[in-house]
Design a binder for this molecule. Structure first.
Ligand code: PLP
Length: 549
């Protein structure tokens, strides 16, 4: 006979199980339905994708374009190849000399376009990765070609290269007497800390060598103080290359203490409200431009599915909701402003969106041209030891943290931030860049070109309005027109704020000219059968065939 306690225990177990099931289902619901939202599965699928490539006969008709179009594309491509051979000879030669010995060059060179086309394109369109100088809004390669710079040096270049040269020069002069002494601080550290406390609105500061490390430290401290295990990141968001914030493709190990949740979605708030293992939520405000999307890269531009649309009011409302649930649940809200810090507003995303975080990471531009990562946080969260448990510490050191030269350049950066010519940039920033983006889009529409730009202030991405398998070619036409792009191609243009109207007008002219040339060469041919869906289906068939072969 079952004793009464047995019923009670059974009922308790059933309730426990039901609760567990509910939270598990809640978590599943809060995952984005794409592979990006399912890191483990994404890595498994990625491991199965076979290499195959188009041969000479297929390369210009992978969309079943008629022979005449394929011939036009080939002629256009070869004309472009001749321009590249002629114009970028020395830069390409020097790149070829080092490519075999620099892993980064091999990687970025290979992943500029979808892999099916990569070898063919690399064989003919050799641009090279060397530059010899920068000035104003331009960079110059080894052959003396001057390009308008749209790379923004991965976001470091907010105020123009000359600004940073000045920060580096003046900063070096300021700390020269101390030189490379580490461990002890140069006195400029004190003023840097005071300015950072004011800018971040946070009580304490720690210095690191990269944005990745600043993020690592923020998460480690959040785990230490909350005594909880998991971090939450939002689908698609980049926070550096540390394993825990990059749980999907690109990281050979799983990240079992990371939840990747849907951005801007109440299902995610429900998870934050119900789970007890969440230490922190990481927000990269750049995602406002493409919530739940990966950082756009032309290597994955297999069709015209890239989407981007920035809605400031909606993203602000989302951050406010996040702030409220984090406060309610004792979860540490971390703004990762490594990219957007100082670019959207003087006090960064916190000021721009009007939401205060518990911790903020900065990097890139803050080093005044030198490498850096900085974490600012509430005093209670930044503490690395417990007064009542002397052995329970949260360790973080780094040989080059607070290097005098970095601190010197940072001092100059922060000091210049308060000069009128820089302060005066911010109030009109968004209007200026939105106006420029709209004007370019109007021109593109007027010319019937199937390209548009979307922007978050000075950070832009290129979208394509009609199905095509060849959108990745645009980056090569743009380069031929004298526009320098980073290895992600048209995925990201990062403008420095010293772009005047005349500079921008020149960029817009070149952009339109490049798009026109690409259209005239037949790369945007399409017919009724060509849709983003049909392109994806075809690629899937090709992969299956290659896998079985
Ligand atoms: C939002 C964000 N966090 C972190 C990082 C990593 O910074 P770093 O490349 O300096 O390690 C980046 C770099 O692009 C970033 O954009």
């Amino acid at each position: 006979m079952i004793q009464p306690e047995g019923y009670v225990l059974g009922a308790a177990a059933a309730v426990g199980l039901a609760f567990k099931l509910k939270t598990r289902l809640q978590l599943s619901k809060a995952k984005h339905p794409s592979l990006r939202g399912h890191s483990r599965m994404a890595r498994r699928v990625a491991a199965q994708v076979p290499f195959y490539e188009y041969d000479d006969a297929q390369i210009f008709r992978s969309d079943d374009a008629p022979d005449a179009i394929a011939a036009r594309r080939r002629a256009g491509f070869m004309r472009l190849a001749a321009i590249y051979r002629d114009r970028f000879a020395q830069t390409a030669r020097q790149t070829a000399e080092v490519e075999d010995a620099i892993s980064d060059v091999q990687f970025t060179d290979t992943y500029r376009v979808p892999f099916q086309y990569s070898r063919f394109v690399r064989a003919h369109l050799k641009g090279g990765t060397f530059l010899r100088e920068s000035s104003g809004v331009t960079v110059t390669d080894l052959d003396g070609n001057v390009f308008y710079d749209l790379t923004g040096s991965y976001g470091v270049n907010v105020f123009g290269y000359d600004f940073y040269k000045e920060c580096m020069r003046a900063g070096a002069a300021r700390v020269e007497a101390l030189g490379p002494v580490l461990g002890a601080y140069h006195p400029v550290v004190a003023s840097n800390v005071a300015r950072l406390r004011e800018i971040s609105g946070q009580g304490e500061v720690s210095f690191h060598m990269s944005g990745t490390e600043a993020v690592m430290q923020a998460v480690r401290l959040a785990r230490y103080h909350t005594r909880r295990s998991h971090l939450v990141r939002f689908c698609g968001a980049y926070h550096g290359w540390w394993g825990d914030v990059q749980p999907g493709i690109g990281n050979p190990s799983p990240a079992p203490e990371t939840y990747t949740l849907k951005d801007m979605d109440d299902d995610s708030l429900r998870v934050l409200r119900s789970r007890r293992d969440i230490a922190c939520v990481l927000v990269n405000p750049l995602q406002a431009l493409h919530p739940n999307g990966n950082a756009p890269n032309d290597a994955t531009l297999v069709d015209s599915g890239r989407g981007a649309r920035y809605d400031r009011a909606a993203y602000t409302a989302w951050l406010e909701k996040l702030r409220a649930v984090c406060t309610e649940r004792g979860i540490v809200l971390i703004f990762d402003e490594v990219f957007v810090g100082f670019r959207l507003a003087r006090r960064g995303a916190q000021e721009y969106f009007g939401v205060e975080a518990d911790m903020v990471t900065y990097g890139k531009t803050l080093g005044g041209g030198l490498p850096v990562g900085v974490l600012c946080g509430r005093k209670a969260l930044m503490k690395r030891f417990r007064d009542d448990r002397p052995s329970d510490i949260c360790f973080a050191r780094g040989t080059f943290n607070a290097h005098p030269y970095v601190m010197g350049a940072m001092h100059e950066f922060l000091e210049r931030l308060d000069r009128p010519e820089i302060r005066d940039l911010y109030p009109t920033l968004e209007r200026v860049w939105n106006t420029r983006a709209n004007a370019l889009n109007e021109r593109l529409a007027a010319e019937g070109l199937p390209v548009r730009v979307a922007n978050l202030s000075s950070i832009w991405t290129v979208c394509y309005t009609q199905p095509s398998r060849y959108n990745w070619m645009l980056q090569y036409y743009l380069r031929a027109e004298g526009l320098a792009l980073s290895w992600v191609g048209t995925g990201r243009f990062i403008f420095s704020l010293n772009y005047g109207d005349a500079d921008f007008a020149a960029v817009a002219d070149r952009f339109v000219a490049a798009a026109r040339a690409m259209r005239d060469d037949g790369f945007w041919w399409s017919d009724a059968a060509l849709t983003n869906k049909s392109i994806k289906r075809r690629i899937l068939h090709e992969m299956v065939r290659a896998r079985l072969a």
